[in-house]
Design a protein around this ligand. Structure first.
Ligand code: ES4
Ligand code: ZN
Length: 326
């Protein structure tokens, strides 16, 4: 209970959040009705019952299906506002959110429809709740690099409102090196760089993300712990890892919360952060992730505070703004 009160009170940043993964079943059903779309579920309860995954791909199949109800700019705005209301309730003061443009353009929804609604939501959230933000455009790694390059070209008119690029979707069989050219181009454009690596994929994928893509942060990074030299590199370079405890549990990256690598990462001196990933699918927003991991690993109040400090330290805010939160 003391832990919960501390977690609730601490200002936090969320650095690993797929906005499409914050689509709650209630909103999915409402948007399906509003847009006249048939979904293969009769009720909100039935949607929730479908959320039983045994690996990342199981989840992704449902995640791409779920985002099919997002059609017009207002849908993306409503989605973003619903997330920011939950984040605000969890005392999140800064968010760096992902979106998957190819998940939308690939089904005929314009790039501008998706990003326009998301940005309007982020601006409204800043005005209403004082939550600052960054926006990170992710490339789907199961698609080819040509598609990622075309997406980066499509983003050009919006580049002053996009802070970074990321890499997500099916990790196995799609190493970071597949996206060397598009990340090099994004780097030339002055964008921040992140990539999912070491969630299901091997430590070699984390090396590639650092050496070939030259990412600033690693999303997940669980499997980096299998490689001592990689851990030394991550510590020496003060790389941030955006770990997602409830996601790890739901996707069977771990069998029980007690296996979460968070405590071990803290002990190793890694700048680890706690994030919700796809909260509508994995059963909790950022505070629920903090509580689950803090209880299971018996984290001290100092360790919990360190995780919150790390979230700002690892953010893309300028140093002066980080200091205001820490
Ligand atoms: C994702 Cl948990 C996770 N991993 C990889 N790609 C994703 N896209 C949305 N959630
Ligand atoms: Zn993710």
């Amino acid at each position: 209970a003391r832990r919960s009160r501390l977690i609730q009170a601490l200002p936090k940043a969320e650095l690993h959040l797929h906005i499409e993964g914050s689509l709650e079943p209630e909103l999915m059903v409402a948007l399906a009705a509003r847009n006249g779309i048939d979904i293969p579920f009769a009720s909100v309860e039935e949607v929730r019952r479908a959320y039983a995954f045994s690996n990342l791909q199981d989840f992704l199949d449902i995640y791409y299906q779920g985002m099919g109800v997002l059609r017009v700019e207002r849908d993306f705005f409503d989605l973003t506002m619903a997330y920011l209301e939950r984040a605000n309730a969890d005392t999140v003061r800064h968010v760096e959110i992902f979106f998957d443009p190819q998940g939308h353009t690939g089904r005929g929804i314009a790039f501008g429809t998706a990003i326009g609604g998301i940005l309007r939501g982020l601006e409204e959230g800043k005005a209403r709740f004082g939550i600052s933000y960054r926006l990170i455009m992710c490339f789907l790694r199961h698609l080819d690099e040509e598609s990622a390059l075309a997406t980066l070209a499509e983003a050009e008119p919006w580049l002053d409102r996009i802070d970074g690029v990321g890499l997500d979707s099916s990790e196995r069989g799609h190493p970071p090196g597949k996206f060397a050219r598009v990340f090099a181009r994004a780097r030339e454009l002055g964008l921040k760089l992140v990539a999912h690596a070491g969630e299901e994929g091997p430590p070699g994928y984390v090396w590639e993300a650092l050496d070939i893509l030259k990412v600033d942060r690693i999303d997940h990074g669980n499997r980096a712990l299998e490689d001592r030299r990689l851990v030394e590199r991550i510590v020496a370079e003060k790389r941030t890892l955006t770990v997602c405890p409830l996601s790890n549990l739901k996707l069977c990256v771990i069998d029980a919360m007690g296996q979460s690598p968070v405590r071990h990462m803290l002990d190793l001196g890694i700048r680890v952060t706690i994030n919700s990933d796809d909260p509508a699918y994995f059963g909790g927003y950022v505070n629920a992730n903090f509580i689950a991991v803090a209880e299971a690993l018996d984290l001290s109040e100092d360790q919990i505070a360190t995780l919150a400090v790390n979230s700002f330290a690892g953010s893309f805010l300028p140093e002066a703004e980080k200091a205001e939160h820490i």
